[in-house]
Design a protein around this ligand. Sequence first.
Ligand code: AMP
Length: 399
Amino acid sequence: MEVLVLNSGSSSLKHQLFDMTDGRVLASGLVERIGEAESRVVSRTPGADGALVEHTETVAVADHGAALERIVAALADAGLGRDLAGIGHRVVHGGERFVAPTLIDADVIAGIRDQVPLAPLHNPANLAGIEDALALRPDVPQVAVFDTAFHRTLPEHAYRYAIPTTYYEEHGVRRYGFHGTSHAFVAKRAADHLGRDLDTTNLITAHLGNGASITAIEAGRSVDTSMGLTPLEGLVMGTRSGDLDPAVIFHLERVAGLDSDAVDTVLNKQSGLKGLCGDNDLRTVEERAAAGDAEATLALELYAYRIRKYVGAYTAVLGRVDALVFTAGVGENSPVVRGMVVDGLTGLGYGLDATVNDQRAEGRLLDVTGAGAAVRTLVVPTDEELEIAEQTLACVQQG
Ligand code: AMP
């Protein structure tokens, strides 16, 4: 039983094909720089021995429809993808309407389009992927899986902002939260590792990738999360500022002569680690800091300090924490960041085993809890695509 997962960005289209009987990846790949003269097409399909073999091609791919045709043709050449149980689409913003995986029809497409003002960068690209896939494979049930949906359980005191109610009621201004499929996936894996039912487990999950967010999970349900109306709020990220005084925006408009689009670009694309030290890749920042570079050292300290503050805050929100979970590129691979976060939290019962923490997860779950620590600390590799595939299949099977 096969499920195809599509993640359609503004100039890219990623895919993974899963065998849902065992969660195995049958094929995967991506098309980048769609619409440019030199698009890059990467396709991984099974070779003679069954192991995935990667092919890369540089060729002009005009639009998302053409990219999808290539993907489907490459799958067909490998004898895959003909009998799909479903196609799952990652959709960034579901607004208040979409709080669960949803079988796609014309009304759902219109509803996703209604959320475009909340995610002007992401939802149009997600919609393009959906419309192309429906045109190409109208025979296959297609499901939208929303990044925001896991956070549907936030209580009102966590999701409302203290601004006039009319902006919430008329314009949907509230905290939605993102990375929901990742937080949901690692929460399940963490509870399994702890030998507990997720329904009785309290976790703090830190998804630290290029984008980064942290979630407080009480009895398996998201009760607070650091990203807000958009993915800009919260932690320091590769190029996003995370939390700041909103008056910084008006101040920049008044004293630096920026209009609101320019401020948007500064805060989303030129801030975070990149704004502080010029590099947004945390590996490079760590290397520079280790070599004594002052700007990189400050960037790293600010990055870890913000995470530590949130872990402290969410410990207070939850009262009892069963485990702190690190995931995504940085969370899974940076012992330095994990150390900088947790070593400052011994007073709250957190602690690391330095030897285990020095290991890379490399696809494995690592229990990095230190001796005597009251709260467990885990490194759990995330797999957003597999979570989307599982949610897609469940949605199709429910009808
Ligand atoms: P993601 O968005 O989950 O792919 O994560 C991307 C981020 O993970 C980038 O900032 C990378 O620098 C970071 N990352 C990946 N590997 C490492 C590593 N070994 N050490 C530190 N950061 C890493």
